[in-house]
Design a protein around this ligand. Sequence first.
Ligand code: PLP
Length: 396
Amino acid sequence: MGRYNFEQIIDRTNTDSLKYDFAIERGKDKDVMPLWVADMDFATAPEITDALVKRAQHGIFGYTYPKEEYQKTVLNWMKTRHNYEAKPEWLVYTPGVVFAISMALRAVTKEGDAVMIQNPVYYPFTNTVLENGRRLINNSLHYEIKDHRGVYTIDFDKFEDLIIENSVKAFILCNPHNPVGRVWTKDELQRIGDICLKHNVVIIADEIHEDFIYGEKKHIPIASISKEVENITITCTSPSKTFNLAGLQLSNIIIANPEIRKIFKKVMGKTGFDEPNIFGIIACQTAYTQGENWLEELKVYLWENINFVKDFIDTKLPKVVLTIPEGTYLVWLDFNEYGLELKDLENRIQKKAKLWLDEGIIFGKEGIGFERINIAAPRKTVEEAMNRIYEAFSDL
Ligand SMILES: Cc1ncc(COP(=O)(O)O)c(C=O)c1O
């Protein structure tokens, strides 16, 4: 074992945890094992907790705002970890990435404008587009099964055709792509960038999972592809997924284009949101200066969890088609070979296995027959979940 203990099972019940304390409210049985929403069952890096405790002991929690040091820290993280050089004045702080996407949509599109996404994708994209009165255009990812593994790619001809036919004004990129785990390559990002530049489409890049990349893959911020692409991109980042800080609500949005940035800030001003949360500021700064060792160990642990799931499926659930994630800690499982009605599949997962996963269909019709499982938990938890799935499908 390394320096940090990811095997420890921490009781998260009765902590107002969305994952653990809201099963009934969300229509699930009280005793389901939750592996749905994307937060982790690990304690954050101890350096972060120490810094938060120290700040809490000060006892005064008045208005706060990030200083130059904070900006430097965020930019340094982007530069050293993701080879992307941004400027301090490009940073805008929001209480979340979904909030930022909503602001971005209001900044760069009008009501009735078309906005493109690629299902199956993180479902709040759809809601945010529709709730803002924009038209949703979906360029479904191309899915095929090769050697019993799921493979997702972008249909670039369709990508461009849909943009032209619908006069698309903005495209929401998910990189790495939740739930299918693709880490888009330089070539793919270049093609996205070229098409968006050609047709004046603004790229809203949700790169919240940027720090969870496995093996030889590398996260490439789309804004780092070229100055031209950077100029049409709003990059949404946050330490919230990486260091398990979602409840602290702080995201760092990078907007190089001064016009877009100005409108984004203006639109955000209308919501009344101004100063970020003090604990978010402290946590982010500590994470990005002292959290790297923890993160590196965590990634090894997560990759072992992914491999555990892979081996389990290969030996005990041969009808499940796994898409091996290149990034994120979310694993996308295809149950379609069982040929079950959707209701039967859900019944087996929720009632027989007593698991609360994210049903594939919420990511779009492309997700029918799939389940997304969050493997950012101690191995014993993941093992228990996989055994429950095995039992629930053992009669088939
Ligand atoms: C792709 C993606 N974007 C955004 C979020 C949520 O971000 P926030 O809580 O900052 O709104 C998630 C959380 O699961 C996510 O997977």
